[in-house]
Write a protein that binds this ligand. Structure first.
Ligand code: FAD
Length: 492
């Protein structure tokens, strides 16, 4: 049958645009379904904003992930009948231009919650509506919209536990939406960029070998990871989630960040698992972590300065002692504390770090080394494949003691005791700090206490093969506590 062309007087040929951002999936994608429901041909588009766009440009590891995720989404969309159009430039310029060139009747997207994205999207919504387009935005990234969960006094929550109770009191989140079977794609799309044009992958040097080994981006891989976790991980999650030496957590964070799977899908899959197995503990503990993700987004929404400023204003007076050499030693995993170094090297090699080790490595930087949390947060944003403005800012502020519902400042993680407790055989350290691999578990978290004969037998010369501790633990802790006291005196 001949296709009806735009201009032939039949309005139905005008496309519905779907702007893909942090929702790189077909299932449970309300914006995509809304576009299909218009009955118009659908034109899916992704816009790569210029590097350096304030608050919107992904870090290096996230760019690597985005390449794989867009490749997977592009294939799936093409197989469904609607190839993905890739465009480069500021969305504020590129999308109105696309709407004009295609005669689009509507545009649909799922909401992003970063402050810069909210500002961009609000302005765009107004300008696209002024051009006569129908604009619809949807929630695909969170269980509950951040403005819905409020205290009895109609205030935003600042403490996690009551926040999470209020979320649970909302009842079950909406059931996930099915993926479309076929999409009636728009045939007259202008030419876009190729994925290679976006230059998301590192070259010269190609440092991404460890990432390729560890991860498969894309919706299908996300669902496979969730299925594997339900089968092998969830039952033991409450017990093993703090063990970096074991595969105890889901590793869904980059998939969730890029929206290759949505939290509602995860929630309902976990609920289904509980019904099928009759087991509760692992599921409850796991859903609570999804709750921390919600809480972080909620905090960012009520306090948009969260990525740049301490939530607690008294921390504006904190006497940080910024020191490039200390920061670099930490970034490279050369602090002389094996658990911290293993975490930082896991991050460098795989683009991910275990949650407990994130807390310990971050605490070491801001407390033992007195470096500003902003410096650590920036490094994480550049090196994590799951780099997420809300989770990362909230995580760093929690550790630094400057955040809402943060750890009390005097809680200074001791990397030796934490290592002995959560990596009891030292296997995590052995994997990422191979120069210490021959040490027995009794000394692997504190090699400086090993007798010289043991070090010699293991082929280790401290300060040569592996650094001596960069700061003595107790002295570092005392220095941090006294910095905190001086801050509280200043702000009293
Ligand atoms: C200093 C610091 C920085 C962090 N930066 C990030 C970041 O940039 N991106 C990110 O996604 N997470 C961040 N986190 C939170 C947490 O470390 C990771 O989400 C978690 O390690 C991901 O592993 P997983 O998927 O196996 O988690 P699981 O334990 O399997 O948890 C399931 C999901 O819940 C969410 N989640 C779990 N723990 C937290 C938490 N504490 N806060 C918020 N959400 C959570 C994640 O989406 C995760 O995928 C940070 C934590 C700290 C202490």
């Amino acid at each position: 049958m001949a296709r009806i062309r735009r201009g032939a007087g039949v309005d139905d040929a005008r496309p519905a645009l779907v702007w893909f951002r942090h929702d790189l999936r077909l299932a449970d994608n309300p914006a995509l379904l809304a576009a299909i429901a218009t009955g118009r041909p659908v034109l899916p588009v992704h816009v790569m904003e210029p590097p350096g766009t304030q608050g919107l440009a992904p870090g290096a590891a996230a760019r690597w992930w985005l390449h794989g995720s867009l490749a997977a989404l592009g294939q799936d969309l093409a197989a469904h009948g609607a190839p993905l159009l890739l465009l480069e430039g500021r969305a504020a310029d590129v999308l109105p231009d696309l709407a004009r060139r295609t005669g689009a009747a509507s545009i649909h997207w799922n909401r992003c919650y970063e402050p810069a994205a909210i500002a961009r999207d609000t302005a765009l919504k107004a300008s696209l509506r002024a051009m006569g387009l129908d604009v619809s935005s949807h929630n695909a990234a969170l269980l509950f919209e951040p403005w819905i969960i409020r205290t009895g006094q109609d205030q935003p929550f600042k403490v996690f536990s009551p926040f999470w109770r209020a979320c649970l009191a909302q009842g079950e989140p909406l059931a996930p939406l099915p993926a479309p079977r076929r999409i009636n794609g728009f045939r007259d799309a202008p030419a876009g960029s190729t994925l290679a044009d976006l230059r998301l992958l590192p070259v010269a040097p190609d440092w991404a070998a460890g990432l390729r080994e560890a991860w498969s981006p894309g919706e299908r891989a996300a669902r496979a990871r969730l299925a594997r976790f339900l089968e092998d991980g969830l039952a033991g999650y409450a017990e093993l989630r703090d063990r970096p030496d074991l595969p105890g957590s889901s590793r869904l964070s980059p998939h969730l960040h890029f929206g290759e799977i949505g939290p509602r899908q995860v929630w309902h899959a976990v609920r289904g698992w509980t019904l099928a197995t009759g087991e509760e503990a692992g599921a409850e503990a796991f859903l609570r972590e999804l709750g921390w993700r919600e809480f972080s987004h909620h905090l960012l929404h009520q306090f948009p300065e969260l990525p740049e400023r301490s939530f607690r204003p008294e921390f504006d007076q904190f006497p940080w002692a910024a020191d490039e050499a200390l920061l670099i030693a930490w970034q490279r995993g050369r602090t002389g504390y094996p658990l911290v170094d293993a975490g930082m090297r896991e991050l460098w090699r795989t683009g991910w770090m275990h949650n407990r080790v994130r807390m310990i490595a971050a605490s070491f930087l801001v407390k033992h080394l007195l470096q500003p949390w902003l410096a650590g947060a920036a490094w994480f944003m550049d090196t994590l494949v799951d780099a997420d403005l809300a989770n990362n800012s909230a995580g760093w502020q929690w550790v630094a003691g400057s955040g809402a519902d943060a750890a009390p400042y005097f809680r200074v993680f001791n990397p030796v005791l934490q290592g002995e407790r959560f990596d009891p055989d030292g296997n995590y350290v052995r994997r990422f700090v191979p120069e210490l691999a021959a040490l027995p578990a009794s000394h692997i978290h504190k090699p400086w206490t090993a007798p010289p004969s043991m070090l010699a037998e293991c082929g280790i010369r401290l300060g040569h093969h592996y650094p001596a501790p960069i700061v003595p633990l107790e002295a570092g802790r005392q220095r941090a506590l006294s910095a905190y006291r001086s801050m509280t005196r200043e702000s009293a």
